[in-house]
Design a protein around this ligand. Sequence first.
Ligand SMILES: [Zn+2]
Length: 162
Amino acid sequence: MTPAQYVQMVMPRLREKWDARCFCESPQFRKLVSFNFENYPFLSPLALADAEILISAFIRQRFHPDGAAVNKGMDVFQRYICPQCGAGMTTCFTEFSISMNRTYVSFDSVASQVAPVGYYLIGVSGFDVQQFSDVPDFLPAQDAIAYLDLFPNETGANITPQ
Ligand SMILES: [Zn+2]
């Protein structure tokens, strides 16, 4: 799936789900937005497109910034508070070139479950995207329906992927 298709076909459903209940406790959401290539010694800089869109659409646009952005080397950190549940989290944005940047999220609370596998629809961009196939805990989702089912449903229940 291309980013444009994702924005057109998947984001409207995710926005409906979010309006019913935020994703802060969703194991799948936590797993996707916390992807950080630096956790894998064999990866060069990669960004997970699903995560970038989710972070942009929900955290940057809907959460309340908590304090000013902080620069540390190449990284820019910004704390946010969820307007629905009050959860705190910090985004780390890093620009590697004009066309290559990435963001990942660290949650204040580690009490919530993080899914063992992150299922994605779009995949990664970066300097060597082939390397991503060696990452064991991020796999392509079966389809958009299966992907959406991993986010909280309208009754607010979180589904934990296997
Ligand atoms: Zn929340």
